[in-house]
Design a protein around this ligand. Structure first.
Ligand code: PTJ
Length: 247
C-alpha cells in the first residue's frame, strides 16, 4: 500500500483513515466494487459507535474462532472485494496459522475482478487461491455468490464469512457448515446466523484471530473444544448491541 506512511500512526483516527485509504485503493485497482464503498461507510459508522476498539466479547469470539478453525477438517476463508483490499496479507497469515484455504467469492463477480483479487492475494503471499474454478453451487442461491469451488467452500466444514449480507450465510448454514462471521453490525443477518459472530472491524479481527491461533497451536483437541463450547454467541451479540445503544 503505497501512501500508508503518510498517515501518522498516532493520529486519533489512524485506523479509520487507513481503512478508507485501502478501500479507495481497492476500487482504483479493480478489486473492490463501488458497492464496497457503501459497505465501508456502513461499517465505519458502527465502528465509531463501538468506540473503534475490540470489545472483550469480540476478543472471546476471536479466540473461539481460532479454536474452531484449528479443529476444522477443512476450513475456508471467503474473500470478497472489501476483504481483499483491507486485509490481504493478514488473511494469508490467518490461512497459514490455521491451515485454512482461501477462496474468492464475489457478489459482483466478473472474471477481471476474480483475477485481480487472486493476483493481489498472491502478491501478499498466497500460494493457492480458490474460487476461479466455480465448479459447484450453493443450493438455493441464484446469484453469483452461489458459485463456489467443489474442493473449496463446497467441501468445507467451517467457513469464515466476512462483510456481506445474509443470504449466503443462511444458505451455507443450511448446508450444515459452521460459520464464523465478521461484521461490525450485530443486527445484520449474517452474524445472527453464525455459530461464531465476531462483531469487530475486520482490520482488527483477522490479526487477532491469527494471534489466538498461534497461541493455541499446541493446545489439545479437548482444550480447543472447551473454548468453542464456552463461547456464548447470543451473549456476544447482546454485548455488542448494548455497547452501541449505550454510547
Ligand atoms: O466484493 P463483492 O462484489 O462481493 O461485494 C461485496 C458487497 C460490498 C456487495 C457486500 O459485502 C455487501 O453488500 O455488503 P453489505 O450488505 O453492505 O454488508 C457489509 C457488512 O459489513 C455491513 O453490515 C457492514 O457494517 C459490515 N462492514 C463494513 N466494513 C466492515 C464491516 N464489518 C467489519 N469490518 C469492516 N471493516
Amino acid at each position: 500500500m503505497t501512501d500508508e506512511v503518510e498517515i501518522p500512526e498516532d493520529h486519533p483516527r489512524y485506523q479509520s483513515l487507513l481503512t478508507r485509504h485501502r478501500i479507495e485503493e481497492g476500487v482504483e485497482k479493480g478489486i473492490t466494487s463501488k458497492q464496497g464503498l457503501i459497505a465501508e461507510g456502513r461499517g465505519e459508522s458502527f465502528d465509531y459507535l463501538l468506540g473503534e476498539g475490540t470489545l472483550q466479547s469480540a476478543d472471546a469470539a476471536e479466540r473461539a474462532a481460532a479454536a474452531r478453525l484449528l479443529l476444522a477438517e477443512h476450513a475456508v476463508l471467503s474473500v470478497n472485494g472489501n476483504v481483499a483490499a483491507l486485509v490481504p496479507g493478514e488473511t494469508v497469515a490467518l490461512a497459514e496459522a490455521t491451515g485454512a484455504d482461501i477462496e474468492v467469492n464475489l457478489f459482483g463477480r466478473t472474471e477481471e475482478r476474480m483475477r485481480a483479487i487472486a493476483d493481489h492475494l498472491r502478491e501478499h503471499g498466497a500460494t493457492n487461491v480458490k474460487g476461479l474454478a466455480a465448479d459447484a453451487r450453493i443450493p438455493g442461491l441464484e446469484h453469483e455468490r452461489g458459485k463456489v469451488d467443489e474442493d473449496g467452500i463446497y467441501d468445507a466444514d467451517v467457513v469464515l464469512v466476512p462483510l456481506e449480507d445474509g443470504d449466503r450465510a443462511e444458505a451455507l448454514a443450511e448446508m450444515g457448515k459452521t460459520e464464523i462471521v465478521i461484521d461490525l453490525n450485530p443486527l445484520s443477518r449474517s452474524p445472527r446466523t453464525a455459530a461464531i459472530p465476531i462483531i469487530d472491524n475486520i482490520i482488527r479481527a483477522v490479526p487477532n484471530v491469527t494471534e489466538h491461533a498461534r497461541d493455541l497451536a499446541d493446545a489439545s483437541r479437548d482444550e480447543l473444544e472447551a473454548i468453542v463450547a464456552d463461547f456464548d454467541r447470543d451473549a456476544a451479540l447482546d454485548d455488542a448491541e448494548r455497547a452501541i445503544r449505550d454510547v
